[in-house]
Design a protein around this ligand. Structure first.
Ligand code: PLP
Ligand code: COI
Length: 361
């Protein structure tokens, strides 16, 4: 077990201030007092693990991340259940995906033990920031940047791993169903590209189409496959699922161009356990417009760590829009899956999968 050096802040946020900050934190604007940091060099491997006060980084302007974008990240949450206990949901799956992203970006792979250790040590110091409001959680953002000082284009030999923690509410403002813009101009990932990796570059490339979505009054952008522009891939920051009239749930398959969402995988397994028919198969955008208009597809939802399960009200594109159900309220299958998933994540429901980690402080 690697020892983390703990350096606590001398100016902690008071309980009163924290309460005010956490009253309505929204997403990603409020941060805890500390962060986890681990350094890597080719000579020493991963070393210098510590928990320190959250602070600005000092990096050389020639650090390779600033030029060639070797950056990967993860997103997971710490939950506080009804009894006050803190849980993590499938954090080893995030560790595995983080290692896979590192391999794709040719970065140093962080061992699972260090990934989990950094999160648990940070939670020991900042556990007061895990909200007890069931609509909130503590979002954890592990990430790695390359910080070799060099302008040549090559794999860096130095990296910095950091974990930030941020109390959050819902990702989307408002509680209603979200409108989603179907991008027919831009694509997110091509076969052989980095679509399956959780790297900053994928998100940078999604911002212009995301802005196009916002210009059309939409909260997220939906990407189609890069080859034929025919099949649905995923959204800018979440996977997508559809509910058919017969109650079955369908989602596009993994194939290298979409993120292997841990929420997606959990919903597939949980749904099957609940007796639902869960299908992974290519979903053509034209079929969705027709089936939703004909009432054959009755619900659609976004799923991800930040999004949890968010109902989609409609798809919009240049030639028109189509609503799912009444276009406003979450459908029954969406709600049933959401309730089951959230209960499990918070340690409030039995966990037949062994997914929930209790955090000992
Ligand atoms: N797809 C993209 C592009 C994402 O950014 C995310 C969020 O992490 C997801 C899907 C959902 O993944 P997960 O459920 O593991 O959070
Ligand atoms: C997450 O859900 O953790 C993400 O990284 C997606 C982003 C929209 C915040």
């Amino acid at each position: 077990m690697v020892e983390f050096k703990i350096e606590r802040t001398t100016t902690p946020t008071s309980a009163e201030q924290r309460q005010a900050l956490m009253a309505d934190p929204k997403f990603g604007r409020v941060f805890t007092d500390h962060m986890a940091v681990i350094r890597y060099t080719d000579e020493k491997g991963w070393h210098d693990a510590k928990i320190i006060p959250r602070q600005p980084l000092q990096i050389d302007p020639a650090s390779t991340v600033l030029h060639y974008g070797q950056e990967i990240f993860e997103g997971l949450k710490a939950y506080r259940g009804k009894g006050g206990a803190i849980t993590l949901f499938r954090p080893e799956a995030n560790a595995a995906r983080f290692a896979a992203s590192a391999r794709r970006l040719s970065m140093a792979e962080l061992p699972e033990e260090l990934f989990l250790g950094a999160i648990k040590e940070l939670l020991k110091v900042d556990h007061d920031w895990v909200p007890s409001n069931p609509e909130q959680s503590l979002y954890l953002r592990p990430f790695t940047i390359s910080n070799e000082v060099f302008l040549g284009v090559k794999r860096a030999n130095e990296y910095l791993f950091i974990v930030l923690a941020s109390p959050v509410g819902g990702y989307f403002s408002g509680n209603g169903s979200i409108p989603v813009w179907v991008s027919e101009t831009y694509t997110r990932a091509a076969p052989g590209g980095t679509g399956e990796a959780k790297c900053g570059g994928n998100y940078a490339a999604s911002l212009l189409p995301q802005q196009e979505a916002a210009d059309h009054g939409c909260s997220q952008v939906l990407f189609l496959d890069a080859k034929e522009r025919r099949f649905i891939d995923e959204m800018g920051g979440m996977n997508v699922m559809f509910v058919r009239k017969d109650g079955s749930v369908v989602t596009p398959p993994l194939g290298g161009t979409i993120l292997r969402g841990i929420t997606r995988d959990s919903i597939l397994k949980l749904g099957r356990k609940m007796g639902l028919t869960m299908v992974e198969e290519p979903v053509a955008i034209e079929d969705v417009f027709k089936a939703a208009a004909a009432g054959e597809i009755t619900e659609a939802f976004a799923c991800g760590t930040a999004a949890v399960i968010s109902p989609i009200g409609e798809f919009r594109r240049e030639s028109g829009s189509v609503a799912f159900g009444d276009g406003k309220t979450a459908g029954p299958v969406t709600m049933k899956l959401r309730t089951a998933l959230c209960g499990l994540q918070r340690g409030e429901e039995p966990d037949p999968f062994g997914w929930v980690h209790s955090v000992s402080l």
